[in-house]
Design a protein around this ligand. Sequence first.
Ligand code: CMC
Length: 367
Amino acid sequence: MNVYMDTTESSFIDGEIGKLLYRGYDIHDLAEKSTFEEIVHLVLYGELPNQAQLDETDGYLRANRRIPDEIITVIDAVKSAHPMDVLQTALIGLAAFDDESEDNSREANVRKALRLTAQAPTIVTAHHRIRSGLEPVSPNPDLNHAGNFLYMLFDQFPDDETIALMDVDFILHAEHGVNASSFAARVSASTNSTLHAAVSGAVGTLKGPAHGGAAEEVMKMSMEIGNPENAEEYARNKLNNRERIMGFGHRVYRAEDPRARHLRERSQALGEKRGDPRWFQILTHLSEDVMAPYRDRGIYVNVDFYAGSIYHLLGIPSDLFIPIFALGRVPGWSAQCIEQYQNNILLRPRLHYIGPMDRDYVPIDQR
Ligand code: CMC
């Protein structure tokens, strides 16, 4: 907690003022002006691409979205599990079909990072279709990353506005330093294990409600609240019972999470467009009224607070909210691992032992 464990060039966070840079570029500029494909290039190669480089990265992503039939069989076999468990299982399974899976050179890891980024949405959507009794939808190379995800999920061509919304969401989730899941990935990489192992381990770590699971919990809470007039009483009861309001607080930010702003604006616009402003009103009540006094303690909304309302309005089931976070984060996990491989020491902290010492071994019949 609050310990610098290494150096990084991937992202910078100033938690006191709520500043986030990917490779030196401000998240606000990137969210408004960039695309997820460009961010994948930036995070993995360190520089914004020129047009030819972007075409190459984008083309590689579009060409590598398919997953082997054997992985579809695995997904079918474990389809009753939580989508994050299925994603983790399928990602590590992909190692069996990746000729470079054991190659930890930088070049091979960048290629694998691109392939994993491209394949992960195919896993998540194939699983959702299979568990719903439907055929998986094959990836469509004519659509960008965000558009193809929505297309494979709903078997319908998404409109440009929805694609742009999903694209921003992926951008905002792409990289965030050595958070718990990236740390887990780095620990794997530090043993010189493979990128597939590290990224699938990160998926397991992201799953918890203190990390990626918060968006789902926020939507659950909003549904329990039901309408804006109930928000205050609901939240006060929770806080009086020393429970947490999901979507607030962050280990690093003591100011508002800079990613939240972009989702707040879009949650409001989408709610108005769909004629369902209730979720945004509930969230506004929570952040502007009930939780306002918590700002003095550095507890503000985080990236997960508005995300769930957007996904819900798009018709995405709530247990896919965390996988969406994961789909955006694959490049960041990979970039963190590539840094770890490049300047590696085995990550092996110590624990202070506080148990009993030097006890006599008692045979089982005398215990
Ligand atoms: N609601 C109410 N009180 C809170 C909250 C909250 N959401 N978050 C922290 N606090 C209080 C907490 O009760 C504690 O109070 P006290 O000192 O009186 O016991 C104090 O703030 C410090 O909490 P902490 O858990 O020691 O602080 P932390 O740095 O470990 O917390 C956190 C980080 C994210 C685990 C926590 O804020 C939390 O549980 N938030 C809700 C879950 C959530 O929204 N997670 C998503 C994080 S952003 C996405 C990501 O990057 O993963």
